[in-house]
Design a protein around this ligand. Structure first.
Ligand SMILES: Nc1ncnc2c1ncn2[C@@H]1O[C@H](COP(=O)(O)OP(=O)(O)OP(=O)(O)O)[C@@H](O)[C@H]1O
Ligand SMILES: Nc1nc2c(ncn2[C@@H]2O[C@H](COP(=O)(O)O)[C@@H](O)[C@H]2O)c(=O)[nH]1
Length: 215
């Protein structure tokens, strides 16, 4: 009994490129952090950005904070999976070891915008799962940006100006979750990840397992 359960638990599978996008302030960073704290099978893809750090953000943990020259160099050296202009800065996903990790069953979490999502999806449809987070209302979105108190009034205004155009990309995602109550939203995102892990195509260990079952 115990022996077969252990066997099932260790079935090999491909990792997932799990993308969370949303208009600024809807809560994707909050949900990402909850997921990373609760699940040790998923790790964050740490983006490079030319944006200056916010209070409390650490280089190499939340972002790799680089200047324009370093970002240009990374582009020239083909270091990015994808990159985009967002809110007057540049943001990019370093290639790192993502592809080899996927083969070993490593899930990777991406907190990126719709442009990056499109680029990753074009490169790797089978491994990408796209989740879009919506705020319960535009007023709540504004309140969240104001309460977060990490950006100036001007920056908040420009993020609010872009919110509607960001939201217009909702239908390019596999799942859409409204973040009203943060715990409920987190539970839904976690369920999506759990279900996606169980997809037959991802469970590469199933073929030998079923062969063995069938003798
Ligand atoms: N369900 C919620 N109810 C109330 N406040 C929330 C909820 N979810 C997140 N917040 C708060 O809203 C603020 C914005 O959240 P967060 O930074 O996660 O948004 P974001 O989508 O990552 O924004 P950005 O794209 O600007 O980084 C934070 O202060 C966070 O604590
Ligand atoms: N295309 C990419 N978008 C990214 C990446 N890293 C973050 N982002 C998105 O930028 C905005 C703003 O982020 P903030 O931290 O300044 O609030 C947000 O939508 C992020 O999801 C990336 O590597 N590529």
């Amino acid at each position: 009994m115990t022996e077969s359960v252990q066997h099932i638990d260790t079935l090999a599978r491909r990792g997932i490129m799990f993308i969370l996008s949303s208009p600024s302030g809807a809560g994707k960073t909050t949900i990402s952090r909850m997921l990373l704290a609760a699940d040790d099978q998923i790790k964050l893809s740490v983006s490079a950005t030319t944006r200056p750090p916010r209070p409390g953000e650490e280089d190499g943990v939340h972002y790799h904070f680089v200047d324009d020259a370093a970002f240009d160099r990374m582009i020239e050296e083909d270091d990015f999976y994808e990159w985009a202009h967002v809110f007057n800065y540049r943001y990019g996903t370093p290639k790192g070891h993502i592809r080899s990790g996927l083969k070993d069953g490593q899930d990777v979490l991406f907190d990126i915008d719709w442009q990056g999502t499109q680029q990753l999806f074009q490169k790797d449809q089978q491994d990408v799962v796209r989740v879009f987070i919506l705020p319960p209302s535009i007023a709540a979105l504004q309140r969240r940006l104001e309460n977060r108190a990490t950006d100036s009034g001007d920056v908040i205004e420009s993020r609010m100006d872009r919110a509607r155009s960001e939201i217009s990309h909702w239908d390019a995602y596999d799942y859409v979750v409204i973040n009203d109550d943060v715990d409920e939203c987190f539970a839904k995102v976690r369920d999506i990840l759990a279900a996606e892990r169980m997809k037959r195509q991802r469970q590469t260990g199933l073929i030998p397992f079923v062969r063995e079952l069938m003798g």
